[in-house]
Design a protein. Structure first.
Length: 214
């Protein structure tokens, strides 16, 4: 079995959520705040939100709110269709969100100032990631480590990693390609769909792909 010179370090991840002062009652207010809130808030309502409702039709908080609170289902679909896997920089994601909203309001100006049923509260999360005692130097150890991860830590390594690495990949694939020289397996893992699956389903699929290579 191939042994890696550099071990994979599993981390325990947790998040301290803070409610910000910005809130939106209308789509116009949402669009305005989107241009100015910090990147950590953009991340919380998109990348981080996949941890809680990653298998719904509206897969980020903005899409959820405009569909449920503003009854703008078409806009919810447009925002929900933004594929977070295409982004490695939060400012690029912010720009796409703002442009999607601006385009919709340009076509539907009457929707801009109509209050929603409830406001949208902007939040952000402070991430805490501490190394655990678990490391992996081969695929067998990696598989066993993934089985023990909390869902928050799995999200950290498999989804949130795209922004952290500034690459369209995840921690597992990145390590497998660089340290084990298995680009095919790395690419297969990177195609695991976290949009149409639960995080437990993602975990099971990752392990199912790794185990035949052990």
């Amino acid at each position: 079995m191939i042994q890696a010179a550099e071990p994979f370090q599993f981390v325990a991840a947790s998040y301290l959520i803070r409610i910000r002062t910005e809130r939106a009652w209308t789509l116009a207010e949402l669009a305005a705040h989107l241009t100015s809130v910090p990147p950590s808030s953009i991340s919380y309502h998109t990348i981080q939100s996949l941890e809680s409702h990653h298998y719904t039709s509206f897969s980020n908080d903005f899409a959820q709110w405009v569909a449920a609170a503003c009854n703008e289902t078409l806009l919810g679909e447009e925002l929900g269709a933004i594929d977070l896997r295409d982004f490695v920089a939060l400012e690029d994601l912010r720009r796409t969100l703002v442009e999607t909203l601006a385009s919709y309001l340009g076509r539907n100006p009457h929707s801009a100032d109509r209050p929603g049923f409830e406001p949208f509260f902007f939040c952000e999360a402070n991430e805490f990631a501490l190394p655990t005692e678990i490391q992996a130097t081969n695929l067998e150890e990696l598989s066993k480590g993934i089985q023990q991860l909390s869902l928050q830590s799995l999200h950290y390594h498999f989804i949130n990693s795209r922004i952290r690495l500034q690459l369209k990949t995840n921690d597992f694939s990145h390590w497998i390609a660089r340290n084990l020289g298995l680009p095919v397996l790395a690419e297969d893992l990177n195609r695991v769909d976290f949009y149409t699956n639960t995080l437990e389903g993602v975990r099971a699929e990752i392990i199912e792909m790794i185990d035949p290579w052990i």
